[in-house]
Design a protein. Structure first.
Length: 178
C-alpha cells in the first residue's frame, strides 16, 4: 500500500486495492501523518502540523476492510483548573470497518471504501475527541487557582489571604484594619 496515486488526498488516506477481496488478506502499515485542523475540542487537541505516528493493520473481511491499530498523537491544551499549558503524548486506539461501496447496510453513517481507498481522517478525529478528557488537568490533583485572588495554589499551597489580596479589595481591608 502506498500513498502515491490519484487519490493521495492526505496522509490519512490509504489505498486498499492490494488487499483485493480475498478474505483474510492482511497488510500492516506504519506511517507518520501530519495533523490537519480540527482534531480536538476547545480545551485540548492535536496541534496542526504535529506528527501522528500510525501503526495500522488492514484486514480484508467479508463486508470490506477492517482497520485496526494505534495512533500516537501530541496533545496541547490548557489545564481546566489552573490554566497552565499541558503537553502530552497519547496513544489512541483505532478500529473501523470500511464497507465495500456495493454493500447495503441500514447504517448510512458507516465508513465506506471509496475509489479503492479508505480515509482514516474522520475516524482518527472521532477517536481523539472521544479519548480527550472532559476537563483536562495538568495533573490529577491540580490544586487550581485561588477563587479569591487567582493565585496558583500549586505553587503556593499554604496560600492565605493575609498578603495576596485582590487589589480591588485592598482598600476595603485597609479600612477594616483600623
Ligand atoms: Zn493545573
Ligand atoms: Zn488567594
Amino acid at each position: 500500500m502506498s500513498q502515491r496515486g490519484l487519490h493521495a488526498r492526505s496522509d490519512l488516506v490509504f489505498e486498499v486495492h492490494d488487499l483485493g477481496r480475498r478474505v483474510a488478506g492482511l497488510s500492516t502499515v506504519r506511517r507518520t501523518a501530519i495533523a490537519g485542523e480540527g482534531i480536538g475540542n476547545e480545551m485540548i487537541g492535536v496541534p496542526v502540523g504535529s506528527p501522528i505516528d500510525l501503526d495500522l493493520r488492514f484486514e480484508s473481511v467479508v463486508e470490506g476492510v477492517l482497520v485496526t491499530g494505534a495512533a500516537d498523537v501530541s496533545l496541547h491544551g490548557v489545564c481546566a483548573r489552573c490554566l497552565k499549558e499541558i503537553e502530552l503524548v497519547e496513544q489512541i486506539d483505532l478500529m473501523e470497518l470500511f464497507l465495500y461501496p456495493d454493500k447495503e447496510l441500514d447504517d448510512e453513517e458507516a465508513s465506506r471504501i471509496e475509489d479503492e481507498t479508505v480515509d482514516l481522517e474522520p475516524v482518527l478525529r472521532d477517536a481523539v475527541v472521544l479519548d480527550l478528557p472532559f476537563t483536562p488537568l495538568c495533573r490529577e490533583d491540580c490544586a487550581g487557582l485561588c477563587p479569591t485572588c487567582g493565585t496558583d495554589l500549586n505553587d503556593d499551597p499554604d496560600h492565605g489571604h493575609g498578603d495576596a489580596v485582590d487589589p480591588r479589595w485592598a482598600g476595603l481591608s485597609g479600612l477594616m484594619d483600623d
